[in-house]
Write a protein that binds this ligand. Structure first.
Ligand code: SF4
Length: 313
């Protein structure tokens, strides 16, 4: 359903440096798959999601959504792309036009991309908002009259009303209060039950959320995928030291904390100056001098469906 091959997204700076936000990402999502894309801030995960929908320009590589070649799409194909693939952003406050009622916000995509008008349009929008837990009394309200969680429900309704085949969700709960996050997570989990055919790429730094919602996971570090595979396998037996470090940082009660907890030292390096060899070697607790700082590890496929990039995995 979504095929990303050797995607590169580089941003040249006025200083002459180049930000290598995404530097050779390959991902395949089958129809109906819910994949989590996880990594620290600055790993490039949001840029992958935006590039997949052509919201940022790709520097190199290929992206296909079904039979649509995203990077060469023009005219009608671009309109197709906008209705076949939708994105929900992190911050619902800035995603909605403050001067539009929520009925109008959800109607817009239908007016631009379909021939639905009048009563049929109103009914479809009302049905979608109600399915998101926003009954009729909300439909003529403006965004400032809604809570953060209600605004994010409007954003999800706006994305779903076009019946997209692919939904990209970029940290959809992280700008919300903790008490509201659980409600939105339940909405998203139910979404997969109601629309099992819809493919979802769920971008998050939160491993607990990925485990709750996703079937597969890809772990990103400095613009590359370092480990990918079924959620159950990656979480049970992470093969890459970076995945192990992320998992061991998930808060758990002290009594159940594993003794082999890995603490990552320092910050993620700048994507304008990628370290040579394995990009993780500057922080990796088991890096081997003369190997990891010199040679980039190739991708290795494991028997259980995982892939990993580490010389010592
Ligand atoms: Fe660590 Fe070396 Fe593996 Fe990179 S290749 S993750 S530096 S052990």
């Amino acid at each position: 359903m979504l095929e990303i091959s050797d995607l590169k997204v580089h941003f040249p700076l006025a200083s002459g440096q180049v930000v290598r936000a995404v530097d050779g990402v390959t991902l395949t999502l089958t129809p109906g798959e819910v994949m989590g894309l996880v990594g620290e801030s600055g790993s490039g995960k949001s840029t992958v999601g935006k590039a997949a929908l052509r919201l940022v320009p790709a520097t190199d590589g290929g992206i296909r959504i079904g039979n649509l070649d995203v990077l060469s799409a023009r005219g009608k194909q671009m309109r197709d792309l906008r209705s076949r693939a939708q994105m929900v952003f992190q911050d619902p406050h800035s995603s909605l036009n403050p001067r539009m009622t929520i009925r109008r916000a959800v109607s817009e995509g239908l007016i631009l991309n379909t021939s639905l008008r009048g009563r049929a349009l109103r009914d479809k929008v009302a049905e979608m908002l109600e399915a998101m837990g926003l009954p009729a009394q909300f439909h003529e309200r403006f965004p400032h009259e809604l809570s953060g969680g209600q605004k994010q429900r409007v954003c999800i309704a706006r994305a779903l009303v076009l019946d997209p085949e692919l939904l990209v969700l970029d940290e959809p709960t992280s700008a919300l209060d903790v008490s509201v996050q659980a409600q939105i997570l339940r909405v998203l989990r139910d979404l997969h039950k109601v629309r099992p055919e819809m493919t979802q790429l769920f971008i998050s730094h939160n491993l607990a959320v990925i485990r709750f919602l996703c079937q597969s996971v890809a772990v990103m570090y400095l613009g590359r995928i370092v480990e990918a595979g079924p959620v159950a396998r990656v979480f049970e037996a992470p093969a890459h030291p970076y995945t192990r470090a992320l998992l061991s940082a998930v808060p758990v009660p002290e009594a159940t904390r594993r003794p082999d907890r890995i603490r990552l030292e320092g910050d993620i390096p700048s994507p304008t100056a990628l370290p040579p060899g394995c990009a993780f070697h500057t922080r990796c607790p088991i890096a081997e001098k003369g190997l990891c700082d010199v040679t980039a590890p190739p991708e290795v496929k494991l028997d259980d469906g995982r892939s990993v990039r580490c010389h010592l995995a």
